[in-house]
Design a protein. Structure first.
Length: 481
């Protein structure tokens, strides 16, 4: 049982995929933060870093895109340029965004262009034929391989997508011909004389990408809570795959679509560090910019047999939830998982194999590396678009991303140190008035610190709690009588 749920408001679009009554992926796109991944630009090189084999390219969006250039451009791309030469400042070239900007880093670009269609992905700059690893039937793989070799444009490449299984040669040829025409039109626009960078091709929006990439025969229904969008999708699917049109339905109910299917509650939980497991165990997820660490804990789970089997069962359950959380939160980069230590090598290998099987169902390239003697598993997962965290959340203005603030006692000691420093310069005969956060004010009123300080310097100290003040901030003013 697989469903696609789409909720649309003017400010944002949310798409959730539910498999067997369980949320398997969620994606959010906002009008004010559109993704760049997939867009193709006529870029202009602003800077070249020979030592890093990289360049910064202006794509006209404010932030320059970072691009590895290696030994130079692909041969097909060189042919579109006036002279086949090494990349230099001021040069214009077609680039595609493969990774959104994150934090202070600009987007990542490449000259190896890909144009995705319904059944195939065209590789205009690479003479290579590949196939989705999810097509497992050898006979079907062989059939598609022969068709691909026949219909692939000369000097270009193709990747056969999962949805192409069972599709006729004619339908695949139409896909390829459309994408080839699109590429030639993009190159015609690229060769037109123009100053600076500009957009050549914008990738489809979230809803169309969802239909293109996820609406397959194994989907039971696609529910959309916006009538106009629903009709737009039906019209698009009628042209793309008419047999799937009946799967698209308008959701007409007073209860919000995501609330009805329990998605809202799941979304709220995705912001937390702790993920509860059905057995009573739990995961703890901590993230940095480049690394995510996941700790597996048995919690209340005690098992029914011996310790070894209990640990193994807990790890297997955790593995499934970990791979699900990676998809839901769209966590990329390096992931280190601290599984509960297992004594048997056989169980470690079975756990790794289970993870690799689960990774096959992730549309994002995921690699399960190995498990150490300490039970640590290294996973790498491709990062491209902004993940859910970066869209929904911003850095906490109180803790500034640390996850904690100084304790009231620590702030109190800092205040005392500052008063002593001020007293060494000039004595305040009338005393001091201190403005602090409520929690710090409570700490100062109940400990002996200020009383001792007032006695030490023979003066009065008054404490005022200031609503809304940062817990680590304070103001010390000399009183005037």
């Amino acid at each position: 049982m697989k469903s696609i749920l789409v909720t649309v408001v003017p400010e944002e679009t949310k798409v959730a995929i539910v498999e067997n009554d369980k949320l398997s992926s969620i994606e959010v796109e906002r009008a004010t933060h559109s993704h760049l991944v997939g867009n193709i630009y006529k870029g202009q090189v602003q800077n070249v870093l020979p030592g890093m084999q990289a360049a910064f390219v202006d794509i006209g969006t404010g932030k320059n895109a970072f691009m590895y250039i290696g030994d130079g451009l692909p041969a097909d791309v060189k042919q579109t340029l006036p002279k086949p030469q090494k990349i230099h400042i001021g040069q214009q070239l077609p680039v595609q965004i493969i990774k959104d900007a994150t934090g202070s880093k600009g987007p990542r670009a490449t000259t190896h262009i890909t144009l995705p269609g319904r059944n195939v992905v065209l590789l205009p700059t690479a003479a290579y034929i590949g196939m989705s690893r999810r097509i497992e039937d050898e006979a079907e793989r062989s059939r598609l391989q022969k068709i691909a070799a026949k219909i692939c444009p000369e000097g270009m490449g193709l990747i056969i997508r999962t949805v192409a299984a069972g599709v006729s040669e004619e339908a695949l040829r139409e896909d390829v011909e459309y994408l080839a025409k699109l590429w030639h039109s993009l190159m015609a626009r690229f060769k037109m004389k123009s100053k600076g960078a500009n957009l050549l091709y914008r990738d489809a929006d979230l809803i169309i990408r969802t239909v293109r990439d996820n609406l397959t025969r194994d989907v039971d229904s696609m529910l959309i809570d916006n009538r106009a969008v629903c009709q737009r999708v039906r019209d698009f699917v009628q042209l793309l795959s008419p047999e799937l049109t009946e799967k698209i339905r308008y959701y007409d109910s007073r209860e919000p679509l995501f609330k009805h299917y329990g998605i809202e509650e799941e979304l709220d939980n995705l912001g937390g560090r702790i993920v509860e497991l059905k057995s009573g165990g739990f995961l703890v997820i901590d993230k940095t910019e480049a690394l995510t660490v996941i700790d597996v804990n048995t919690g209340k789970y005690t098992g029914t047999t011996n310790l070894g089997e209990t640990v193994y069962a807990a790890n297997l359950e955790a593995a499934e939830e970990i791979m699900r959380q990676l998809r839901l939160r769209d966590i990329g980069g390096i992931i280190i998982v601290d599984f509960i230590d297992m004594e048997k090598d056989e169980q470690k290998e079975q756990l790794l194999e289970h993870l690799r099987e689960l990774a096959k169902h992730d549309p994002t390239k995921t690699n399960i590396v190995d498990i150490t003697s300490l039970g640590l598993v290294e996973i790498t997962r491709k990062k491209s678009r902004q993940n859910l965290d970066s869209i929904i959340y911003s850095e906490c203005p109180i803790c500034r991303g640390r996850g904690r603030v100084e304790s009231p006692e620590t702030v109190s000691i800092r205040i005392a140190a500052d008063i002593r420093r001020m007293e060494h310069k000039s004595h305040a005969e009338d005393g001091y008035e201190i403005e602090v956060h409520e929690t710090v004010a409570e700490e100062l009123r109940h400990n002996q610190l200020l009383m001792n300080l007032a006695a030490e310097f023979a003066m009065d100290i008054k404490v005022n709690a200031t609503p809304g003040m940062h817990p680590e901030n304070y103001a010390i003013n000399m009183m005037r009588i």
